[in-house]
Write a protein that binds this ligand. Structure first.
Ligand code: NI
Length: 256
């Protein structure tokens, strides 16, 4: 069920039965010499839509832009500042809350979004707390990245091991091959250079600026052997991540 393809009365009818919604969040940024610019939002979107279709759960329009400032050294990247993304997500939370949704599940496809989206969630709760509102919030938010889904995570380790890497990962590339086969198919590319200790910089997407990123990772990949990706792998990732999402979403909606 896609929000943008429904009428307002149909959404109201849905809300009378259930109040959960999934919001895919991604980015529009370089994905090396072979990956699609939209990889991060396309991955979150296809998994969210698969789940929504199979379980009759509402899926919001995808947030296609994210916090990608460190990729601006490469053509095609469009970034939001961290504060812009925080403000955008905050307003989406407030809008969904105002119209009756109470379980807001952000399915993320880009590590750089994590801090700004977490900040947006806390901004929403801070406004309530600072107002002195004595009633516990009815609206609950959860943020998960698709690669954290346990079955998908186990598969990426099993298929690619250390060659999964951190950016333009074979798992995300595989998902786009499955979701957009007219736009990306299997390609040849040698394994990327190993940047050694520099990779430690990545934890939590702690990159510096765009010029620094480009100097460290000249072809855009961060130790990911993207050419290992296949469309068949992508089909498996989508199915597994959608099943994991179904379990996690059910727990999230049932929790008080
Ligand atoms: Ni990506």
């Amino acid at each position: 069920m896609r929000l943008e393809l429904m009428t307002s009365p149909a959404v109201a009818a849905y809300l009378a039965e259930r109040q959960g919604i999934v919001i895919p969040v991604g980015a529009t940024e370089q994905h090396g010499p072979d990956g699609l610019i939209g990889t991060d939002h396309l991955c979150a979107e296809v998994i969210a839509r698969r789940f929504g279709q199979e379980h009759g759960v509402m899926v919001a329009p995808t947030l296609s832009y994210g916090m990608s400032q460190f990729h601006l050294g490469f053509a095609g990247t469009i970034t939001l500042r961290p504060s812009t993304l925080t403000a955008l997500v905050h307003d989406i939370i407030a809008s969904l809350a105002a119209t009756g949704f109470t379980r807001l599940y952000f399915l993320n496809g880009h590590g750089g979004n994590l801090a700004p989206v977490r900040c947006a969630i806390q901004e929403f709760y801070a406004a309530r707390s600072l107002s002195g509102d004595a009633t516990p919030a009815k609206v609950h938010c959860r943020l998960r990245s698709w690669w954290e889904m346990p079955s998908a995570d186990a598969l990426r380790k099993a298929l690619y091991g250390d060659q999964e890497g951190y950016h333009v990962t074979p798992s995300e590339v595989a998902i786009t091959m499955a979701s957009h086969p007219d736009h990306i198919t299997r390609f040849e590319r040698p394994a990327p250079p190993q940047p050694g200790q520099d990779v430690l910089l990545h934890a939590g997407d702690n990159y510096y600026d765009a010029a620094d990123y480009r100097a460290r990772y000249p072809d855009g990949r961060v130790i990911s052997h993207s050419a290992l990706a296949t469309r068949e792998d992508g089909d498996r990732f989508i199915a597994l991540a959608a099943e994991d999402l179904a379990r996690d979403f059910a727990l999230f909606c049932a929790a008080r």
